[in-house]
Ligand binder design. Structure first.
Ligand code: UGA
Length: 404
């Protein structure tokens, strides 16, 4: 089948590369000439494990262009452009603009919306363009997007005639939900909001554990996660959720519900807690470590999560900004992100730790797990990601984030 993908960010590029490895001829469209030129000269614009391999193995079945007319003869076109928030709620202008362009070239093809959009959007786009519009939200995580796309828990397909969308994902053998556009659109928001709630819940349990001698949130999380009704995923306490999806989607869902005169108290509280979490953690560090002015602080990890170079809504960056405002001098090391203004970038975690008296883990990179505990001698360690192999006795004080 000839398939189009509009928008070559994390979602679009991965979708295009995976589909081109499964009997499709795929044309990827992006408005950014720079991005398309990079891709056409075999340079990846983003870091994502396995993506380069999939693009390479797709060979001539995958092409990139800035010209919408290259979509001619596509049976289906995926819309994978951003849906940022604005003051009024979700900004659908990119989705609308891309869909209109597609409808000029292939009005009879299936328009498949992968971008995260509020319920009613597919119907609206169908009215605007006259096209058969299918909703097909994605549930892939950055850092494992290729794996998630090839091995999804489920495929959600919403629409009146979603034949192309159903066919292209058949190779995954995943359970497929065929439903209305609105259900599909809401399943995406409800999933992200639920996961953000789960993270917030465990962060609040971590706050409580830190007040109880003998309590350890990691063990509590393990204990509740073994209940299959709860599940063990997304129970890792940390700096709060970041990235390009959860912060944006929880806010969009909230304002969408408000527009329907429905108050989502739980989501409201999740958003408030998460946006205050960094400040709460810094206040706690100050309580334990004292004034931060002129102190050298080592921050391990800059990206919003491991296995990505994405800094959007990175909790580590929010933490660094907060610490810097309090006069701290920041030294940072990240396995992939090598530049960020206003900080001293180190070449290794070892170099970074040696230069500082306070050490903070901010991103859950695998390599931090094996840092030699000897390096932490005489340092104050705030293992906000709870990944270091140190015991409270190994350091002067403050493993985990330390008891109050
Ligand atoms: C998230 C969802 O997991 C995907 O299913 C969804 O498709 C995607 O958003 C999207 O809407 O496009 P992503 O933002 O890439 O994926 O990353 P996650 O692995 O979900 O992590 C999000 C944030 O939560 C990160 O800041 C991470 O550090 C934090 N997190 C995650 C925790 O603090 N604890 C956890 O247990 C899990």
């Amino acid at each position: 089948m000839k398939i189009g993908v509009v928008g070559l960010g994390y979602v679009g590029l991965v979708t295009a590369a995976v589909l081109a490895n499964h009997d499709n001829e795929v044309i990827g469209i992006d408005v950014s000439t720079e991005r398309v030129n990079k891709l056409n000269s075999n340079n990846l614009p983003i870091f994502e494990p396995e993506l380069g391999n999939r693009i390479e193995s797709a060979g001539s079945r995958l092409k990139f262009s800035t010209d919408y007319s290259d979509l001619a003869e596509c049976s289906g076109v995926f819309i994978c452009v951003p849906t940022p928030n604005n003051e009024a709620g979700i900004d659908l202008s990119f989705v609308v603009a891309a869909s209109k362009e597609v409808s000029k070239v292939v009005p009879k093809s299936e328009l498949i919306i992968k971008s995260t959009v509020t319920p009613g959007t597919a119907r609206h786009i169908s009215n605007l363009t006259g096209m058969n519009v299918t909703s097909n939200p994605e549930f892939t995580r950055e850092g494992s997007a290729v794996y998630d796309t090839e091995h999804p828990d489920r495929i959600v397909v919403g629409g009146n005639d979603p034949q192309v969308c159903k066919d292209v994902w058949k190779f995954t053998n995943a359970p497929t939900i065929i439903t209305t556009n609105e259900n599909a659109e809401l399943i995406k928001y409800a999933s992200n909001a639920f996961l953000a709630t789960k993270i917030t819940f465990i962060n609040q349990m971590a706050d409580l554990c830190e007040k109880i001698p003998g309590a350890d949130v990691k063990i509590v999380a393990h204990g509740i996660g073994l209940d299959h009704r709860i599940g063990k995923e997304f129970l890792k306490p940390g700096l709060g959720y970041g990235g390009s999806c959860f912060p944006k989607d929880t806010i969009a869902l909230n304002s969408y519900a408000n527009s329907k005169d429905v108050k989502l108290d739980i989501i409201d509280s999740v958003i408030r807690y998460n946006s205050d979490r960094i400040n709460q953690l810094v206040e706690k560090i100050i309580r334990l470590a004292g004034d931060l002015n002129d102190r050298n602080i080592c921050v391990l990890g800059l990206s919003f999560k491991d296995n990505t170079d994405d800094l959007r809504e990175s909790r580590s960056i929010a933490l660094i900004e907060n610490l810097s405002k309090r006069g701290a001098k920041i030294f940072a090391y990240d396995p992939i992100v090598k530049q960020y203004p206003g900080i001293v970038q180190c070449n290794s975690s070892e170099e970074c730790i040696m230069k500082c008296s306070i050490v903070i883990t901010a991103t859950e990179w695998e390599e931090f797990r094996s840092i030699d505990p000897v390096l932490f001698k005489d340092k104050m360690v705030f293992d906000l990601r709870r990944i270091l192999s140190i015991k409270p006795d190994d350091i002067t004080m403050g493993v985990g984030i330390g008891k109050d």
